[in-house]
Design a protein around this ligand. Sequence first.
Ligand SMILES: Nc1ncnc2c1ncn2[C@@H]1O[C@H](COP(=O)(O)OP(=O)(O)OP(=O)(O)O)[C@@H](O)[C@H]1O
Ligand SMILES: [Mg+2]
Length: 229
Amino acid sequence: MKKYIEAADIYKTFHLGKHEVPVLRGASISVEKGEWVALLGASGSGKTTLLDIIGTISHPDSGTLSIDGENMNDYFGERLVAFRRKKIGFVFQSFHLLPELSILENTMLPGLFSRTSRKNLVARAEMLLERVGLKERLMHRPNELSGGEQQRTAIARALINDPDLLLADEPTGNLDSKTGQTILSLFHTIHAEEKKTVIMVTHDEKVAGAADRKVILKDGLTFKDGMIS
Ligand SMILES: Nc1ncnc2c1ncn2[C@@H]1O[C@H](COP(=O)(O)OP(=O)(O)OP(=O)(O)O)[C@@H](O)[C@H]1O
Ligand SMILES: [Mg+2]
């Protein structure tokens, strides 16, 4: 049986003019459904690059990726976009909210392309925002919210299409440690209650400690925690 996510022998090199930056050199990662994996590694080691590849927003030069038994090589164009939208929610370090839209509209945004009626979409966005403790702030714009509140909005947005998989790139990186802790508990609740699969990039060993398992990126390769010092 295939695991929920299987990325095998992933290579990715960036080209800057004549300069080549080999980032991933045979990285592999597999994740069980419902598992929470922390992806650790030095700055520039390729964590974001690997997460973007797993999230299908970037493509490897070679290697294979399967999600939920589907080979991602078979997916491109509209079909890939639809798969990604349904299956994957993204949370970023710098929140990536649209400043002109209210918190409610930001949360609804990835759901606008689904077949859900607007009424149901509003109801779901309101429910998710209530869940992350922002019920009173629906009509506020992102710049009227604190960093932690903006990240909670981003988490609600990531959940709007009820994806199986949550990918988070340093979700606590721009927050003070107390606020970071609140965000981490929120991930914990979502993971425990909804059995979401979570892959979270972090620099922070303490944040990684909340995960079921750690994977470390070094020299373009992935290591199990404990195999390198
Ligand atoms: N689009 C790009 N074009 C050229 N080089 C890139 C591009 N994206 C990433 N890189 C390079 O690839 C390497 C890995 O970058 P990546 O963002 O994956 O690292 P990271 O582990 O997420 O680092 P950080 O912890 O600082 O976020 C870096 O050397 C970076 O400069
Ligand atoms: Mg990064």
